[in-house]
Ligand binder design. Sequence first.
Ligand code: XUL
Length: 535
Amino acid sequence: MADAQMKNAFFLGLDSSTQSLKAVLIDSSFRVQGETAVNFDRDLPRFGTEGGVHRHADGLTVTSPALMWVAALDLLLDRMRDGRWPLNRVAAVSGSGQQHGSVWLVRGARQVLNRLDPGLPLEKQLEGIFALRDSPVWMDSSTTAECREREEKMGGAQRVADITGSRAYERFTGNQIAKIFKRQPDVYGKTERIALVSSFMASLLTGDYAPIDMSDGSGMNLLDIRRRAWDRLAMDVTSPNLAEKLGEPSPSHAVVGRIHGRYAKAYSFSPNCFVIAFSGDNPCSLAGLRLQKVNDAAISMGTSDTMFASIGTPRPSGEEGHIFVNPVDPEAYMAMLCIKNGSLTREYVRDMAASGSWDEFNRKLESTPPGNNGNIGFYIREPEITPPILKTGVYRFDGAGRSVEAFDPAAETRAVVEGQFLAMRLHARKIGISAEKILATGGASSNRSILKVMADVFGVPVYVAEQANSAALGAACRAFHGWLCAMKGSFVPFAAAMEGAPEFQMAFRPEPAAHRTYDAMLERYEELEKRIPKK
Ligand code: XUL
């Protein structure tokens, strides 16, 4: 039955990221049939965000208005309808969300969701459901005190990592919850449900509280990643009655409901359309890039840069990196590093050293030799996550290890790109990622000059996913996978579900001489990194 239905079916992936809400529609041969997006700053200027967020005066707190995500969903759906997408043939929808962000829903919100009206904008219907108007997002780094407290109460950073997959991190939702419980007890008290961005977006579609999936749920410092259940101690040190407010976590491939009648009426979705658990953007990218073999790694270059890989046995580090439950294989895990100084930092150097032009940036980058004549730079424009460097600043060292004020513009362009990949290689090794091939994705993956440095630093072939939106595409693939599992009545391996998906294109093989230069440079980089002021 599944095979016959599959031929005519479409699968929809949404990606609620920091700066935009995107949609990708695929058919059952994984061909992209539609793409559209809502950019928060441009399309919803009344929310006053910059890059999709509000940065608060303390320099640490970063939030987004939760209602903006609601308004964005209607706008996105309108665009799909106006673009005549065959929404009536969508068999399943799933989604991706920026990780760690939390949405605080007030008592009674569930009834409001249940009763969504097709005739009214979502924003009007849902403006009253939030216990907290401004949702903390992953860029927030205001919870250092809560992190230290968690590590102390749970028996140290390594112990927290052993249980939850990561030591306590400022942006991880459990620490954000602990902060709100402490500083805004009234908000905590009136909250019925705390959702992640991913599960919140799923809730808008099902018209009910959708569960947090285990993969995105691993980014909270609350889930026991081996038992795949909330950890009692981690919950107890956070806040009272938390399990009730979070609900039970669900496997990432599970059907969490059918689409609410509102969307059937207003946008002609089939009332049978399944909603598959939404997950985090990095887990969804792993699905979109089909990383299933151990040591197949990906580097995603967006607002933040991340590097991740599927792994079999988790070896969490009490110092850095993350281990999450794998989003497409309930037995496996994924390892990940998040580097906050990603595209905005590359753009800072482009503006400073290459008159704001990528062409000029690339020309300058290519005019310099691998190894940059020994020059190494650290561009910490935002408090950094990997390695943890809270104090912002730019640090430059010449070939003799002397601190210098500036490089010439060409050296500046190479220093930022080499520095980012050397940091990834160094820190990925520490959480058990030893890449044998790398799939590049995200905005900067279309920049071939940058990809060449990536191949040479890691010494492995670099492939590109022709679809730059790997999180949205991954969400669509997960919609397909979840639907297939539901139709077959049992778990179908993701690799089998994805048979027939197009191959990725190789962009570069490493040049052995350049790679040797980087082998030697890595040690110097590690030494210099220790000299950077961290706080
Ligand atoms: C991952 C992380 C970021 C966000 C951005 O831990 O914080 O990659 O998911 O979208």
